[in-house]
Design a protein around this ligand. Sequence first.
Ligand SMILES: Cc1cc2nc3c(=O)[nH]c(=O)nc-3n(C[C@H](O)[C@H](O)[C@H](O)COP(=O)(O)OP(=O)(O)OC[C@H]3O[C@@H](n4cnc5c(N)ncnc54)[C@H](O)[C@@H]3O)c2cc1C
Length: 340
Amino acid sequence: MESPRAAATLLASPALVDDHGPMSDEAKNPGGPEKQRGLLRPGEIERAVGYKSKTGFRPRLGVGGPNLDPDPPALKLLSLPGHRADGEASSAHSERPKALTASPSAVDSSAPRILERQEIAPGLLRLRVERPAGFEFRAGQHVKFGVPGNLRSYTLASDPDEPHLEFFIELQSGGRLSDRLRSIGEGARTAIGPAGKGSFVIDPSVPNHVFVATVTGIAPFVSILREQARHGFPAGRFIVLHGASYVPEFGYADELTELAAAHPDRLEYLPTVSRPQDSRNRGWSGATGRVDALLAEALRRRGLTANATAVYACGNSGMIRNVRATAARHGLPFRSEAFD
Ligand SMILES: Cc1cc2nc3c(=O)[nH]c(=O)nc-3n(C[C@H](O)[C@H](O)[C@H](O)COP(=O)(O)OP(=O)(O)OC[C@H]3O[C@@H](n4cnc5c(N)ncnc54)[C@H](O)[C@@H]3O)c2cc1C
């Protein structure tokens, strides 16, 4: 039998197909020509892609949350070069997946469910999702995630070693997937790509890492820091600058504050609010102002030098532009991931 990893690269439901067009004939015929090309039959898909966690994690299903979604059919995403299932800009936007196989019965029982849904501020979700068997990613990477027929890129906030997957999602008003996620509840089935993607990971060539994030842009850094914490922060130094308009948007403030207190030589966490006068920020005694404006001072005060420090920015592209310019002025290597 094929490995779970190999099986997870199969697109297993018509519902997975995004908004860009109808399914191929092959996709409608899972036991047909695909088998000859080495794709799985329905029962094989089910056996190969069972979602039982590798560490025995047992999901808490169907409790709490709006749970309004009628448990949409499940799917797997086939990752093909140039195919953007989420509708993001791509030169290969209209390209169709080349290998599809469909089995509603198989995929219904294997698509990952939402385990926990927390709305930490209006429109700001922390989601825990079942981890498909064989799903691998590196701290900092993203994956296609959503509901059948509607997927977007989301960065994983969980440590690659955790038994579940975690996302930190800001719902966009009028956004197609955002509107679905607004009403989806715990226990509902989701859709997810086969593995983590992207190169927004830690630069191993330097000891000092300065992370700059706006709101949900903290997700890759949470993943990286959780991984570091699991290993006891063996080396290096991490400075996290996190910007938001309002205090409740600092989704991981407690966790990062505790981690920094436990590893003061390794980690600093510096949240800043850009609208200090707003009533939602009453009582705030931390930094104020835009997060990109803190970078130059943070570098200067810590004496972080060009050959030992990398700067990373994640979140909105305006912030990323400013951080890139500051990093360039200081001659520092720079990595970024824009969400908008
Ligand atoms: C590599 C990558 C990783 C990402 N990781 C995350 C993540 O961890 N958490 C997260 O919340 N989002 C993340 N995003 C953004 C996410 O993929 C979606 O774009 C977003 O959730 C909106 O999807 P939608 O279907 O609701 O909106 P759509 O229907 O696709 O778009 C609706 C409108 O919203 C605008 N829009 C889309 N995204 C944003 C945004 N982030 N800010 C402002 N306007 C936007 C669009 O331009 C459009 O005008 C990531 C994007 C990329 C490319």
